[in-house]
Design a protein around this ligand. Structure first.
Ligand SMILES: N[C@@H](CCC(=O)N[C@@H](CS)C(=O)NCC(=O)O)C(=O)O
Length: 212
């Protein structure tokens, strides 16, 4: 099997990628940066991700960046884990829909509010996310009908969305902690893989903090 290496920081979107790796349950190495400057912006890492951002995943010679792409890639690279609907399953469309919805419009809408960006109201038609309430209402409609985003079973799309919602509710506090969202995130985060991944990153962060 080709080697897998996760490039990350323990307090970053890399936590989602680690959860996905723990869910897949195959051996992997991790390179954890202790800050977002230094080595993350040095030539060795820029050769892997010229954005100088984490997470990045190397699988053999293939580099994947963008957290949602990493989740989708791993689900497809290890199909025996059943973390994505099959290519010929109509649920595949539903899976793409919500994975892309979370990674693009929802994330952008959340960051607009978190960072107090103030686009002109007249520009909202051109903004792919419209606004945060619109995104959340859309999501709420589907979560009212299903415990999981597609096929009534856990997938990489649920893993990605649960982390993003959790970030929006608890970290940047731009999403109201309504039961429809908190029950959904709790359902996904009840998995053992989440507890394992969280402990690894929390321990890493404690170590980094202790080293100043
Ligand atoms: N679109 C990227 C965003 C990656 C990203 O912005 N990562 C942040 C940490 S959560 C980062 O590495 N920031 C360092 C910097 O930009 O200097 C993804 O979804 O993976």
């Amino acid at each position: 099997m080709s080697s897998l290496t996760l490039y990350t920081h323990p307090m970053s979107r890399g936590r989602t990628a680690r959860w996905m790796l723990e869910e897949i349950g195959v051996p992997y190495e991790s390179v954890a940066f202790s800050d977002f400057t230094g080595a993350m912006k040095a030539a060795d890492y820029l050769a892997i991700n010229p954005m100088g951002k984490v997470p990045a995943l190397k699988h053999g010679d293939t580099v994947i960046t963008e957290c949602a792409a990493i989740c989708a890639y791993l689900a497809d690279a290890f199909p025996q884990k059943g973390l994505a609907p099959a290519l010929n399953d109509p649920q595949r469309g539903v899976y793409y829909r919500w994975l892309f919805f979370a990674a693009a419009p929802l994330e952008a809408a959340m960051m607009e509010v978190a960072l107090q960006l103030q686009p002109k109201e007249s520009d909202r038609t051109a903004l792919g996310y419209g606004n945060l309430p619109l995104c959340l209402n859309t999501l709420e409609q589907t979560l009212q009908q299903h415990d999981f985003l597609c096929g009534n079973r856990f997938s990489a799309a649920d893993l990605y969305l649960a982390e993003l919602l959790d970030f929006g509710i608890h970290a940047v506090k731009v999403i109201e902690a309504k039961p429809i969202f908190t029950d959904y995130t709790a359902r996904q985060q009840a998995r053992e893989s989440y507890a394992r991944a969280t402990k690894i990153d929390d321990d890493l962060f404690a170590k980094i903090s202790a080293n100043g």
